[in-house]
Write a protein that binds this ligand. Structure first.
Ligand code: KG4
Ligand code: ZN
Length: 335
């Protein structure tokens, strides 16, 4: 039995080529290459994403090993995202990881990208202990999950249409801010008035933990059509702030309902949208009122990264779990 594990993590599920090295629970390196080629198309082009992963994966892995200051022979296992994500993109990371695993004679662990996101905050904060409620909000996913323990999850609610980050990206496109737009809306909203325009309350109605974000995008579209171009330019900060608060309010309300109903006292945020400054501020306020312990990852661990993949893989490896050789990408994998 090893005393100390070193795991190389590889993430290529969408448009980030990422590699990281973790030694037990200490992150030694976390390298992310964000593909910018997609911005001119207003969204991720799958074929371009897989080509870019193929072009960059070797140099990103080399950088992760160099920055960690370790030799490839010291690695005990390779953790790689097996899904969900884009088929071609997943295939690049998985094929590479399995080839390395054969040549080094070490185990390969196929990791669920969503599970990796759930534990991203735990990479930095060792105080995170289950049970907790995870709010996973990214460009592809919006889920409220009850985390009983590592690898034991119950999804309480999810989006019925667009993902939360998708709503940010689509509204950013309507505002001419480019792709991806979440961070840009966040920045502009800091200087805006959240009460400038009241967008309709977000559905779905009823006593559930589900979300729906497609209505707000349409509401923003109709609103922008109804105002002169000069107003749009002059009040872009206010429009961003008004849109953002309506998303944040529904996320806070549903999450705290889940905390109350389950009796959980800990909340962990995850995914790209968890970097949103207004969300963090409102979650902090409510958590302090209700004496809930709130955890959220630093921005580099919110977005797609391999540090979180390495962390989840390391936990499985320590439990003696690894994947069969020849595992296939699972683009629709869920939790
Ligand atoms: O987790 P992630 O990197 O990729 C997926 O697994 O989807 O999330 C990317 C999403 C994008 O939609 C992006 O616009 C959004 O996260 N995002 C943000 C912020 N930073 C990134 N949304 C709102 N506020 C932010 N600060
Ligand atoms: Zn993700």
């Amino acid at each position: 039995m090893w005393n100390s594990y070193k795991v190389l993590g590889i993430e290529t599920s969408c448009d980030e080529t990422a590699a990281a090295v973790i030694s037990d629970d200490i992150l030694l390196s976390n390298i992310i290459f964000s593909q910018t080629i997609h911005s001119k198309y207003g969204g991720v082009v799958p074929e371009l994403a897989s080509r870019s992963h193929q072009k960059n994966i070797i140099s990103i892995i080399s950088r992760a090993l160099n920055e960690a200051g370790i030799n490839k022979k010291e690695i005990d296992g390779i953790a790689v995202t097996r899904g969900p994500g884009l088929m071609g993109s997943l295939l690049v990371g998985l094929s590479f990881a399995q080839a390395l695993s054969i040549s080094f004679g070490i185990p390969c662990i196929g990791v669920n990208h969503l599970e990796a996101h759930i534990w991203a905050a735990a990479v930095e904060d060792k105080g995170i202990k289950p049970p907790f409620i995870s709010l996973l909000i990214s460009g592809g996913h919006t889920q409220l999950i009850y985390v009983k323990e590592f690898s034991v999850y119950k999804t309480l609610g999810r989006t019925r249409d667009d993902a939360c980050g998708e709503a940010f990206d689509k509204v950013a496109k309507l505002l001419g801010l480019g792709y991806p737009g979440g961070q840009k809306i966040d920045n502009l909203a800091k200087k805006g008035n959240t009460n400038y325009h009241r967008f309709p309350k977000l559905g779905p109605k009823g006593n559930n933990y589900d979300f729906s974000f497609s209505g707000i995008k349409t509401a923003v579209l109709y609103y922008l059509d109804s105002i002169p171009e000069e107003t749009k330019i002059e009040h872009i900060n206010d429009i961003c702030a008004s849109f953002q608060i309506s998303i944040v309010e529904v996320l806070v309300a549903k999450t705290f309902k889940a905390l109350k109903d389950t009796g959980c006292r800990r909340l962990v945020l995850a995914g790209g949208v968890a970097a949103n400054s207004m969300l963090i501020e409102k979650m902090k306020e409510r958590a302090s009122e209700e004496k809930i312990k709130l955890f959220y990852p630093s921005p580099i661990l919110c977005t797609d990264n391999a540090g979180m993949v390495a962390y989840a893989g390391m936990k499985y490896l320590k439990k003696g779990v690894s994947s069969e050789m020849g595992i296939k990408p699972e683009p629709m994998l869920n939790i």
